[in-house]
Design a protein around this ligand. Structure first.
Ligand code: ZN
Ligand code: ZN
Length: 349
């Protein structure tokens, strides 16, 4: 099997040829049909997150080289370990990458994505930039039926992340438009997921003209350039009512500040993006406006199943897909880092 591995931060991925893994215990080997390239892969490649104020969160202690990135993997069940039950050879599946220790309070509650000892595929363990990926237990496989694995792969991260975040708005989603910061892979996916959830619509805020056009094509009510001198007023006008729901898929100091400024009484800002930075917060405004600032990180295996069930009924969210051969893994990361990708790159082995 081929795999494209990170052997040092900031270096091109290296192609390695390895023998196909033999599954032991409950392991299942999945033949990769599609591996999405996510912006988090760029952060992993760079080796850190920007915490703001010159501070960085390093991946150095979390990652063991060589690492095969790729946490948006879809494929077919290829080999089944002797103790793996309820799984069929050839079944089309997503590999849920959000795997925890299995023993802690969070894991036992089903929130493995919040485990303090993660075993995330493509982050802590080898992922999908390969011909084959090893999944530790069939409970992390989600059957996709007849869905195209290439188009379905991004559900594992961008789909799940936006679904789990939008769910946190609760019933307000059906009553009020969401202001969405960023129309990259996550932003375009969130528009499709919002439609599946019968949301009231979205006003997208994005600096890139091409991405604003894609957002409008994907059904946004309006797409606004935050660099316009009267951007905040344009956003308020486009929502046509007080801004109460904001989804920040960028996650920079600037977007967080804009979000906090825009929120009206009782509003909620959910931060998902990890671009980095910091913001000042006027503390009394938090209680006086009774606002909520909440983080959301990927989602649980159960939420991934919920999302896939919705997709089986509504169809996959329309999003530009850029299919590239597995051998293009390194250049795809480069393009994403430089902002050259519209929609989602999916590597096809
Ligand atoms: Zn991701
Ligand atoms: Zn755990």
């Amino acid at each position: 099997m081929r795999c494209y591995q990170l052997t040092a931060f900031g270096q091109p991925l290296a192609k390695h040829d390895q023998p196909a893994p033999e599954p032991v215990g409950t392991e299942v080997i999945v033949k990769v049909r599609g591996a999405g390239v996510c912006h988090s892969d760029v952060h992993i490649w760079e080796g850190h997150y920007d915490l703001g104020g010159g501070k960085k969160l390093s991946f150095a202690e979390r990652i063991k080289f060589p690492l095969t990135p790729g946490h948006e993997t879809a494929g077919e069940v290829f080999r089944i370990g002797p103790d793996a039950k309820d799984v069929k050879l050839g079944a089309k599946v997503l590999a849920c990458s959000w795997i925890g220790c299995g023993d802690c309070e969070q894991c036992l509650a089903g929130d493995e994505h919040l485990c303090a000892k993660p075993r995330f595929l493509g982050v802590n363990c080898n992922g999908g930039y390969a011909d084959l990926v090893t999944v530790p237990h069939p409970r992390y496989l989600v059957d996709i039926g007849d869905l195209d694995p290439v188009a379905a792969a991004p559900l594992v991260c961008s789909g799940l992340t936006t679904y789990s975040a939008l769910k946190k708005f609760g019933a307000a989603l059906q009553q009020s438009p969401v202001v969405i910061f960023g129309a990259g892979g996550l932003g375009l996916m969130s528009l499709g997921v919002l439609q599946m959830m019968k949301g009231h619509g979205a006003v997208v805020v994005e600096i890139d003209q091409r991405k604003r056009e894609e957002a409008l094509k994907a059904g946004a009510i309006a797409a606004i350039d935050p660099r316009a001198p009267n951007a905040a007023q344009m956003i308020r006008d486009a929502t046509g009512r007080p801004v109460r729901l904001i989804l920040d898929l960028v996650g920079s100091g600037e977007t967080a500040s804009l979000g906090i400024d825009l929120l009206e009484k009782g509003g909620k800002l959910i931060i998902v993006g990890l671009i980095g930075g910091e913001t000042m917060l006027s503390v009394p405004m938090v209680p006086m406006k009774s606002i909520t600032i909440q983080g959301s990180y990927v989602g649980s295996p159960t939420e991934l199943r919920e999302l896939v069930e919705m997709v089986k009924v509504s169809g996959l969210p329309a999003m530009p897909l850029d299919r590239r051969p597995l051998a293009a893994a390194s250049s795809a990361l480069d393009d994403l880092r430089q902002g050259k990708v519209v929609g989602r790159v999916v590597l096809v082995p």
